[in-house]
Design a protein around this ligand. Structure first.
Ligand code: NAD
Length: 251
């Protein structure tokens, strides 16, 4: 299928739908310069993820996690929403889409103009931090400065708990409220569009599966094969910006 045919098919599905839900993964942000995990050259080709249990158990693991986070500073600061993010924001603003469920932690959907209450962040957000014991929120600026000065992993000023970016690591519990909201949105959807996810991380990947089983049309835009291509109504193995942008009239 060429770009024009894929755009026309997706546009037809969007026109026919009443309640679209968009589900995004790291692939929607690669066009903003943020590498994904599993593409060739993705982050995990060079470093294995740090599991939550290791973060809790080991000061070395915590220090390594913070080093990795600060190594991404320049990339994240330079990243701005791309055509794919703008297309999603347009679908939301027009009322066609009710929510975006994202595995991303970069805040780019909000930066593109999607209201906070219509972005469901399944894996949290890396642009701030929080205490794992009392939940106190921390901005990264002061943490960065102290880490540069003493090289120690940050502790909570109130309860001495471990402070971690507000993201969900492997082995960490999923956020209850976000999981519930994502399920509600998924059950309400008549068109569920996946953009830029390998669909191998569960429970996140269960949402497109659920949408399809509950009768929604499932469209997947992803350069590589995904685990759910076999049950999808439309599979487009091309760049998200061109396809989603083209189908929504966003440049
Ligand atoms: P993934 O890396 O497993 O899969 C990304 C997929 O996107 C790949 O299959 C790739 O082929 C596809 N892709 C990349 N660029 C594309 C493009 N321009 N057009 C079309 N397809 C494209 O990512 P995932 O499924 O989101 O799961 C990995 C985890 O990574 C998530 O839990 C997420 O929290 C985390 N993560 C987030 C970011 C971010 O916030 N930007 C970046 C890296 C990883």
């Amino acid at each position: 299928m060429n770009d024009a045919a894929a755009i026309a098919e997706l546009q037809g599905l969007i026109d026919a739908a009443q309640r679209v839900v968009v589900f995004t993964g790291a692939g929607i942000s690669t066009e903003s310069g943020i590498p994904d995990f599993r593409s060739p050259g993705g982050i995990w080709k060079t470093s294995a993820p740090i599991r939550f249990q290791d973060f809790i158990a080991s000061e070395d693991a915590r220090i390594e996690a913070w080093k990795r986070r600060f190594a991404l500073d320049e990339t994240l600061a330079a990243a701005t929403p791309n055509r794919g993010h703008r297309a999603v924001a347009n679908l939301i603003a027009s009322g066609k889409a009710v929510a975006v469920i994202t595995q991303n932690i970069d805040g780019l959907h909000q930066a593109a103009g999607v209201p906070d209450d219509q972005v469901i962040e399944l894996h949290g957000n890396t642009m701030h931090a929080s205490c794992l014991t009392c939940g106190q929120r921390y901005e990264l600026g002061p943490i960065r400065a102290k880490f540069a000065a003493d090289g120690a992993a940050p502790r909570c000023l109130w309860c001495d708990g471990h402070v971690k970016t507000a993201t969900i690591s492997f082995g960490q519990s999923m956020p209850t409220a976000e999981m519930r909201r994502a399920e509600q949105a998924t059950l309400a959807a008549d068109l569920f569009i996946v953009a830029g996810s390998s669909l191998v991380v569960y429970p996140a990947a269960a949402f497109p599966e659920l949408a399809k089983h509950r009768g929604a049309t499932l469209a997947i835009i992803n350069r590589e094969e995904t685990g759910l291509d076999g049950i999808a109504d439309l599979v487009v193995r091309r760049g998200i910006g061109d396809i989603l942008g083209g189908a929504t009239g966003v440049n």
